[in-house]
Ligand binder design. Structure first.
Ligand code: PNS
Length: 159
């Protein structure tokens, strides 16, 4: 049984994240989507809200579990006994930062491998920060967020 962890901030989960989750859930027996709890970083949504939105969009994916973690990803991977970490690559900028993070994580936990999925073309420009910024200026971000969570996202970002 192969388990992967897909870690992230998911502030909020986007269609780009969901694409990686769906494709990753087809590659592994179990996929744990893990929200980073980072007390040092201000997020628009609470950890509970982010997990709830992830559970909503993953409800038809029976091998996907939503969890949260704090501290080093390398330690969380060891605790979970996972086989791999899953990350999406939207382009060369992501490749540079993500490959560096994968190397550091392997220094911290030599058993840890990172598997990258290249984002689908229609999602390669989507990010949570773009959603938050568009919302801050009153724009329409509805094409970037799963439709089932649009009310929750709007309730928080369109205040
Ligand atoms: O969605 P994000 O913000 O791009 O996700 C980044 C995340 C959560 C994968 C990354 O910041 C992380 O793993 N943080 C935990 C701390 C850690 O292990 N850092 C790696 C060593 S520098």
């Amino acid at each position: 049984m192969k388990t992967a962890i897909y870690p992230g901030s998911f502030d909020p989960v986007t269609l780009g994240h969901l694409d990686i989750i769906k494709r990753g859930s087809g590659l592994f027996d179990k996929l744990i989507v893990a929200v980073l709890v980072n007390p040092g970083k201000h997020c628009a949504f609470s950890v509970a809200q982010r997990m709830e939105m992830l559970r909503t969009v993953c409800r038809d994916l029976p091998n996907v579990e939503v969890d949260s973690f704090t501290g080093l990803l390398a330690d969380y991977v060891a605790i979970k006994g996972a086989d791999a970490v899953l990350r999406g690559l939207r382009g060369t900028d992501d490749y540079i930062s993500e490959s560096r993070m994968a190397l550091i994580n392997r220094d911290l936990n030599p058993k840890m491998d990172t598997v990258f999925l290249v984002s689908s073309g229609e999602h390669a420009h989507i990010s949570s920060s773009a959603v938050r910024e568009i919302a801050a200026f009153g724009g329409d971000y509805s094409a970037y967020v799963p439709v089932e969570i649009l009310p929750e996202v709007a309730a928080c970002l369109n205040k």
